[in-house]
Ligand binder design. Structure first.
Ligand code: BTN
Length: 319
């Protein structure tokens, strides 16, 4: 209901819509309209009301809610619905709860602020309230769990594509970071619930530093934001929609098992590792090798000094 009210008020922005018109278009009473308008005001919408003229939308909040982002989506499944929170410990934790309860593929959980944002390997993820995008996508791909690592690559490719559309030149640091000027602008945390031969659900958590003006000392040397790189703030709603709009076709190709999927072309083309000498942690300690390619299921192929090759499924890699 609130979504319809916002849509009507946006279409007639600048002019009043009478309470009667709203009631007729929505098929509800004046009291119901008034109640929803008040709820929207509490959520941050500035709506003027006049007993004679009706309602007029004055200003919309900078929030990543379903009323603001869904109209920008060109997707069939992804982002329908968007479930928006002002604050949660972690959107991944929230999304996993929803997924366990059977929430459909494509649902997106997004929060303005995370109080316990999670990074990979048990690290925490810095949250900048209302400056970043912190969202988790619920997916239920009907593919082998062995292919799940590709989901992270699809996420990285989708974010990189969206950043390119802003005129930026992102790089992808396999397996899950998107960089601008060699600093991290986006991190991805993919979590899976599966059986040996079946994926129950995958939650892919994407954190993008959009308008963060600066970072705390402990991350400032490795983190950046779109704002820092472009020198101006950016519309988070458009960027979130651009990521979801890029993600869905890449994900579809993956499900269809396309031989040369676009997400891999993007990950290879934008990789900051291919051709570089790298080090990585193993159970045998730190090893070094040359990164030579990403294989067709998203694993990093490295070559040792004796010419032998190895494929890495995931892990921390350093140049
Ligand atoms: C990393 O680079 O270590 C991964 C960071 C992932 C951060 C995102 S923000 C949205 C989602 N919710 C979380 O708690 N983490 C992911």
């Amino acid at each position: 209901m609130k979504k319809h009210i916002i849509n009507i008020l946006k279409q007639t922005q600048g002019t009043y819509v009478s309470g009667q018109d709203l009631c007729e278009q929505l098929g509800v009473s004046r009291t119901a309209v008034w109640k929803h308008i008040n709820q929207l005001r509490e959520e941050g919408y500035t709506i003027d009301s006049s007993a004679r003229k009706g309602y007029r939308l004055i200003d919309v909040p900078d929030l990543l809610n379903e009323y603001e982002v869904e109209p920008l989506l060109t997707t069939e499944v992804l982002g329908h619905p968007i479930i928006h929170f002002r604050e949660v410990p972690s959107t991944n934790i929230e999304a996993r709860k929803y997924a366990r309860e059977g929430t459909a593929e494509g649902t997106v959980i997004v929060a303005e602020h995370q109080t316990a944002g999670r990074g990979r390997s048990g690290r925490s993820w810095f949250s900048s309230p209302e400056w970043a995008i912190q969202m988790s996508l619920i997916l239920r791909p009907k593919v082998s769990p062995a292919l799940a690592a590709s989901i992270t690559q699809i996420g990285a490719a989708a974010v990189a594509k969206a950043l390119e559309s802003l005129g930026l030149s992102p790089q992808i640091k396999w397996p899950n970071d998107v960089l601008l000027s060699e600093k991290k602008v986006c991190g991805i945390l993919t979590e899976m619930s599966c059986e040996l031969d079946h994926i129950n659900h995958i939650v892919i958590g994407i954190g993008i530093n959009v308008n963060t003006p600066h970072f705390p000392d402990d991350v400032a040397s490795v983190a950046t934001s779109v704002r820092i790189e472009k020198g101006e703030t950016w519309n988070r709603k458009k960027l979130m929609a651009a990521v979801l709009n890029s993600f869905e076709p890449l994900y579809k190709e993956f499900l269809e098992g396309k031989e040369h999927p676009e997400y891999l072309r993007i990950c290879r083309a934008l990789s900051n590792l291919i051709g570089q000498h790298i080090t990585y942690e193993t159970t045998k300690g730190r090893l070094s090798a040359k990164a030579i390619d990403i294989d067709n299921i998203g694993r990093l192929i490295v070559q040792h000094s004796d010419g032998s090759t190895e494929t890495l499924l995931s892990g921390e890699v350093h140049i």
